[in-house]
Design a protein around this ligand. Structure first.
Ligand SMILES: *[C@@H]1O[C@H](CO)[C@@H](O)[C@H](O)[C@H]1NC(C)=O
Ligand SMILES: *[C@@H]1O[C@H](CO)[C@@H](O)[C@H](O)[C@H]1NC(C)=O
Ligand SMILES: *[C@@H]1O[C@H](CO)[C@@H](O)[C@H](O)[C@H]1NC(C)=O
Ligand SMILES: *[C@@H]1O[C@H](CO)[C@@H](O)[C@H](O)[C@H]1NC(C)=O
Ligand SMILES: *[C@@H]1O[C@H](CO)[C@@H](O)[C@H](O)[C@H]1NC(C)=O
Ligand SMILES: *[C@@H]1O[C@H](CO)[C@@H](O)[C@H](O)[C@H]1NC(C)=O
Ligand SMILES: *[C@@H]1O[C@H](CO)[C@@H](O)[C@H](O)[C@H]1NC(C)=O
Ligand SMILES: *[C@@H]1O[C@H](CO)[C@@H](O)[C@H](O)[C@H]1NC(C)=O
Length: 876
């Protein structure tokens, strides 16, 4: 097989012929004879094990020379890191340095490079700027690790390559870029692992019968998707430690339907050409197809869209397995890549030698030029409606998809650094500003200490004190920046911050007495530890429904049957008894139908336990996406939003003080068994942090998706910050996607930015949850989107009050239910808004005492009367 060089492709000089891609399958896949496996934890001094159970060794043995390098340790562990190994240690490289690995016999190898870009001692993350060359191929050039991490919205960066060296030794060389003063190179982990030879030839799309030989090239993994299925971690791969991601972020337009093989012990017919390791069972047992209606499918397609660098050749591997049909010509489809035909009338039963359940794959190569000025790669499946004879159904299906970038003829694989979204740049800036403040405070403190202590004798003490100050400052930084502001407030989680700071202080002080106020005691039950233990099966793991910064939340039973949520402080929690009492004092007085209530507490044997209402239907988020639960109908979503808006409205206006929630998000809106929404903050979220990350949420940047941009600038929270976050919640409900989705193209990463962009372009319909398409009254949609959009106004003063938001959502609901009646209500409101202004707080809301919420005003079925009585549009 001849190799095709990129430039040749466009000169038509040398052509290679192959029968077609079936060729790939005729060469049995060979396993390496002498497998090697190097896992280096750079900068470490002893072997260590990563969270996935793999063993990593120190890197010194493999360094050709360690001059001009230094081992370093990270001083901050980002909670989103998947494991401390191989990220918390690293090696700084100040001039060209080579790692050398002995390979045993010819075989294909993975190279994986792990980077955790933060400041290491005096080495600032922004100055890490370097090249990496492996086996003569430039993998990375002028690689800016921090900007890459920012663009990916990840704390760490993993680069994966596969290649087939014909040398005995593999050299991996790191060189700081000369283009930037003070640049250095670094690396935290290196993997070199032999693997079976999975990549050989691929059909070159757009060139009749031509193929590309992938064997001699280095391939970089760009995308690896379990189409129609879920994330598969490296530990669940079929032995090759690959990670497979969900394909939904890459779908363009029609999302089709997903299907899963009807049995987990279904036997797939693997062959020597397609052995089990090609892709795990989960990839072949889940698929995405167009859906059952041929009429609709005829004019439609399935398209996936990827951003890539131009001027490279890409290897696109499609995985298939026919799970439904056992006869040919039932379902055939055409495959095109970048609008060029790759395969015609693909028939999986035919491809599987007239059998179903046969795992298959096809490799295609495509050259992406910058001639048309774009750097996209699209894969499109279209039913073959012009096939003769026509297939029985018009449909298309795909199980898995991998995209690899191939080195160019100059031996280069490196592209430009990615550009982060504006949103992430703002986040970054905020972090820097915070850091500066902390540094300044530290310095200030330093000076003071020096003055006080003075002289040489004080030196040691001063060091200790500085260290103490650093820890305080550092913890403060984590609290401010912890990206999950709610978690950071720990034992004061529910309504973290009072806009009237004086009252915080005074109420805090009054609580420091050893007994709770009689009011709080009267309002709150005191439970014994025995009751807590018997109600949670002695805090059995099976009862855990959530984990937060403070510890675990258990499902429990008290009083012989009442279901409750029991929040038990982690003994190592930073929060103490003082905050615990403050929380009881405050929460016991806040009662509202749309707030999760505190039922009681237990304080015994140093245990600090809070007991809340149990919310049978969990969080709002788990009913929106990434879920197996049934899709919520639009009306119900709207009603939940209205309930949550009422809870927030009460916080803002109903209590003695304006209370700012600070962490409004879909995991803090809970739903009880009657689908009544309640605002909470104790993170029943299943995606909460694990126990060993007590400080912040795991989805670090996730919570940033809700943060008020004005808060970035002025660092001052107002009730309008909650309004902003609630706007994001509204779009999340409408679009059924996360507030931040790092796997999307950068302009789509932040839901707030993307939704505003789409509204401005008149493309709102495109981002609405496909399950809701055609089910929302257009006027209702307009009102809802308008409201959400206003909530996201850049300046707080331009945002509506929570009261206005609530009114508009009620109005949207009326439009959905009774479009004609709704306009009458609008008129009514215009006339009566003055007179109702004073009304609402006294009747609807209460401070202290039993819940006095008037059920009738909360009834969502009520029409005009309740509607006009409800809201104080001026809010406060
Ligand atoms: C790398 O990216 C960061 C942005 O995160 C930027 O501040 C820095 O200047 C860049 N470094 C170089 C050497 O370009
Ligand atoms: C690998 O690096 C070493 C030391 O720099 C050098 O002597 C050797 O020739 C290199 N080998 C290859 C295959 O490049
Ligand atoms: C990984 O595999 C194990 C064992 O089969 C299974 O219990 C677990 O749920 C899988 N994890 C994921 C994320 O698929
Ligand atoms: C398929 O969709 C078309 C157009 O929406 C509709 O008229 C037809 O009834 C549908 N067929 C079936 C079998 O659902
Ligand atoms: C796929 O469908 C979309 C929308 O229906 C259309 O715009 C696009 O041109 C189609 N692509 C191909 C390759 O047929
Ligand atoms: C699963 O589906 C296949 C093909 O549709 C069918 O032959 C088989 O009986 C089904 N198995 C079960 C357990 O439903
Ligand atoms: C390619 O991607 C860019 C950026 O996402 C987009 O603006 C452009 O329209 C895309 N081009 C095509 C042909 O889809
Ligand atoms: C990648 O580099 C190798 C070695 O320099 C070369 O043989 C191969 O042709 C290159 N691949 C492509 C697609 O140009």
């Amino acid at each position: 097989m001849m190799k095709i060089k990129t430039h040749v492709l466009f000169c038509f000089i040398s052509l290679c012929f192959a029968s077609n891609a079936i060729h790939v399958l005729s060469e049995a896949i060979s396993k390496p004879s002498n497998p090697v496996s190097y896992l280096l934890y750079c900068g470490s001094t002893s072997p260590e094990t990563s969270a996935d159970g793999r063993k990593w060794e120190p890197d010194t043995k493999y360094l050709v020379s360690s001059d001009n390098t230094a081992p370093v340790q990270a001083t901050y562990q980002d909670p989103s890191l998947p494991s401390t190994v191989p990220y918390m240690n690293g090696r700084i490289i100040n001039s060209e340095t080579t790692y050398q690995f002995k390979l045993h016999g010819k075989s294909r190898h993975w190279i994986r490079l792990h980077f955790y870009p933060i400041d290491y001692n005096s080495f600032a993350a922004k100055d890490a700027y370097f090249s990496v060359v492996a086996g003569g191929i430039t993998l990375l050039k002028n690689f800016n690790t921090s900007v890459t991490a920012l663009a990916l919205t990840q704390s760490h960066v993993i680069k994966e390559y596969t290649f087939y060296p014909d040398t005995e030794y593999l050299n991996i060389t790191f060189t700081p870029s000369p283009d930037h003063k003070g640049s250095y190179a670094f690396v935290n982990g290196i993997e070199v692992i032999s693997m079976p030879d999975l990549y050989k030839t691929a059909t070159l799309v757009g060139f009749n019968e031509e193929t590309v030989d992938a064997e001699s090239s280095v391939l970089q993994t760009l995308y690896r998707l379990n189409v129609g299925g879920q994330f598969i971690p490296a530990s669940n791969d079929s032995g090759l430690t690959r990670t497979w991601y969900d394909d939904t972020p890459y779908l363009f337009g029609n999302i089709g339907v997903t299907s899963t093989s009807n049995s987990t012990d279904r036997k797939f017919k693997y062959t020597t050409d397609v052995p089990e390791m090609i892709a795990p069972f989960d990839v072949y047992s889940t698929a995405r197809s167009m859906g059952p209606n041929s009429t609709i499918n005829m004019n439609s397609n399935l398209t996936w869209f990827f951003q890539v660098d131009s001027n490279f050749l890409y290897l696109v591997r499609l995985h298939f397995c026919e799970l439904e049909y056992t006869q040919d010509n039932k379902r055939t489809f055409d495959i095109s890549i970048n609008n060029k035909e790759a395969d015609k009338a693909a028939d999986l039963v035919l491809w599987g030698s007239m059998e179903s359940d046969v795992p298959l794959y096809r490799d295609y190569a495509i050259y992406v030029s910058d001639a048309v000025g774009d750097d996209n790669l699209t894969v499109t499946l279209t039913p073959s409606f012009d096939a003769v004879p026509p297939p029985e159904t018009y449909d298309a299906v795909l199980n898995g998809l991998e995209i690899f970038k191939m080195n160019d003829t100059k031996g280069n694989l490196a592209g430009p650094n990615p550009v982060p979204s504006d949103y992430m740049l703002r986040v970054e800036k905020l972090k820097e500003e915070q850091q500066e403040k902390i540094d300044a405070a530290r310095e200030e403190e330093n000076k003071k200490r020096k003055k006080v202590v003075g002289g040489a004798a004080g030196g040691a003490v001063a060091v200790g004190l500085v260290a103490a100050v650093c820890i305080v400052a550092y913890q403060r930084q984590r609290r401010v920046l912890g990206s999950d502001p709610g978690m950071a407030s720990g034992w004061l989680p529910l309504y973290g911050s009072w806009s009237n700071s004086k009252s915080t202080i005074s109420s805090g002080k009054s609580c420091s007495s050893s007994t709770l106020s009689s009011l709080a005691q009267g309002l709150c039950r005191h439970f014994s530890l025995a009751e807590m233990k018997s109600g949670t099966k002695n805090f059995d793991e099976s009862q855990v429904i959530g984990v937060g910064g403070f510890g675990k939340v258990y499902k429990g039973v008290v009083d012989g049957g009442t279901k409750v949520a029991i929040k038990r402080a982690n003994p190592s929690s930073e929060q103490g008894i003082h905050e615990f009492r403050t929380e009881i004092e405050m929460l016991s007085k806040l009662r509202h139908r749309h707030l999760v209530s505190l039922i009681g507490f237990c304080e015994e044997n140093e245990e600090m336990i809070l007991v809340y209402d149990y919310m049978g239907n969990g969080t709002l988020r788990e009913h929106l996406y990434k879920t197996n639960k049934p899709q919520l109908p639009w009306k119900q979503r709207l009603e939940i939003c209205i309930g949550a808006a009422r809870g927030l409205y009460y916080l803002h206006t109903g209590a003695k003080y304006t209370i700012i929630h600070r962490d409004v998000k879909t995991t803090n809106i809970l739903v009880d068994e009657n689908w009544v929404a309640k605002v909470s903050d104790f993170g029943l979220s299943k995606t909460g942090p694990s126990l060993n990350q007590t400080h912040v949420s795991t989805v670090v940047k996730g919570s940033f998706g809700y943060l008020d941009p004005e808060y970035f600038r002025r660092q001052q929270l107002t009730d309008k910050s909650d309004v902003y976050s609630f706007g994001v919640v509204l779009f999340e409900v409408l679009c059924a996607r996360p507030a931040l989705n790092p796997t999307l193209p950068k302009e789509q990463v932040s839901l707030a930015d993307w939704a505003l962009h789409c509204i401005r372009k008149g493309m709102l319909e495109d981002i609405v949850d496909p399950n809701l398409k055609g089910k929302i009254n257009p006027e209702c949609l307009k009102k809802f989107a308008e409201t959400a959009e206003k909530c996201l106004s850049d300046q707080g003063t331009h945002r509506p009050s929570m009261g206005d938001v609530l009114w508009n959502l009620e109005f949207a609901l009326q439009m959905q239910e009774n479009p004609n009646g709704a306009s009458l209500i609008a008129d009514e409101r215009a006339r009566t808004s003055e007179s109702t202004a004073a009304h609402s707080i006294s009747t609807d809301l209460s401070y202290g005492g039993e819940s006095t919420t008037d059920e009738s005003t909360d009834s969502l079925n009520s029409t005009n009367a309740a509607f006009s009585q409800l809201i104080n549009p001026q809010g406060r």
